[in-house]
Ligand binder design. Structure first.
Ligand code: ATP
Ligand code: MG
Length: 290
């Protein structure tokens, strides 16, 4: 949660090389690196922002994730699809530190071991997550919501009293344009439409300038026009950020994704362009053909 007071946390590089030296040789590595989104000291030398290897999560013996391998490239926009219960949300829980894997490696860039970091540390390291239901502060204005998201190290009231720097004001203006809420800047967030609340929440992530954005079913409940705008927005964010989008809406997936990963029973069933995975017989059998 963005207003949680945060511990003093400095990112200490982990000195041991975390990932196999020969990992670039594996044909299963399928991250698409666009090479622009890395910044703020995150080491992404191999063009991969997120590396998940052999990740398993068990709930009372039930494997929600089962030896999952996934690689996301710097600046990539990856869609994750799959039937209900496939493990998509659990995957995001692992990346954000909400759920610990019982097995496997999870690296952010080359040096940050996500399995040993707290949720707050992971957020501060540059991974932002949007849940399905918008969680904006309804009584506060659009501007105040963005302001709070920017100043994560203070309580709500201390944050609202503390003065913004010129740079912070510029960042908020820029994000307001991006999410098309400039003309609603002083409106109470509670008065926005469902879609606008979703955009505001995306804006609250963007002011923090995360390198990797995780979005779980972002267009659920949106109008067609809002869904179309979300597609444009995500395409414009890719390159500057890396995005992982979980979505059931295939029209939306088709509009945004270069690369799709299909999850089934906690493992990767197929990966490729949407057309490729739509042609895959197993994918048709377990998901698309139903
Ligand atoms: N905390 C938990 N305790 C026990 N089982 C869980 C827990 N969280 C998830 N599961 C189970 O793990 C499996 C994967 O759930 P998950 O929510 O990750 O699926 P999903 O792919 O996001 O599905 P959906 O498309 O319906 O959102 C499901 O069978 C779910 O019931
Ligand atoms: Mg889910």
């Amino acid at each position: 949660m963005r207003i949680t007071p945060t511990a003093d946390f400095m990112l200490e590089p982990i000195l041991d090389p975390p990932i196999d030296a020969n990992r670039d040789q594996g044909s299963s590595r399928d991250a698409i690196g666009l090479g622009q989104a890395a910044g703020k000291g995150l080491n992404t030398r191999h063009g991969t922002i997120l590396t998940l290897e052999d990740i398993s999560v068990s709930f009372d013996g039930f494997k929600a994730l089962n030896a999952l391998n996934l690689y996301i490239g710097v600046g990539e926009l990856r869609c994750i699809i799959g039937p209900n219960g496939a493990g998509k949300t659990t995957l995001m829980d692992v990346i954000t530190g909400k759920t610990r894997p019982s097995h496997g490696k999870a690296w952010f860039g080359e040096t940050l071991d996500l399995t040993s970091m707290s949720e707050v540390q992971i957020a501060q390291a540059g991974i932002g997550r949007k849940f399905q239901k918008p969680t904006v502060f309804e009584a506060l204005s659009v501007f105040e919501n963005l302001e709070l998201a920017l100043k994560t190290d203070k309580s709500v009231w201390a944050s609202l009293r503390a003065k913004l720097t010129g740079e912070q004001n510029d960042r908020i203006s820029e994000v307001l344009e991006t999410i098309r809420l400039t003309t609603s800047v002083n409106r109470a967030a509670g008065l926005l439409s469902h879609g606008q609340k979703q955009f505001l929440e995306i804006g609250m992530l963007l002011v923090q300038d995360p390198q990797l954005l995780l979005l779980d079913e972002p267009v659920a409940g949106m109008t067609d026009a809002e869904t179309e705008f979300t597609a444009e927005l995500f395409k414009s964010l890719a390159g500057k950020h890396s995005l992982m989008v979980v979505e059931h809406d295939m029209g939306f997936v088709g509009a945004i994704a270069d690369h799709v990963t299909v999850l089934h029973q906690g493992s990767v069933l197929a990966e490729g362009s949407l057309a490729q995975v739509q042609d895959n017989e197993r994918v048709i059998e377990v998901y698309l053909g139903r």
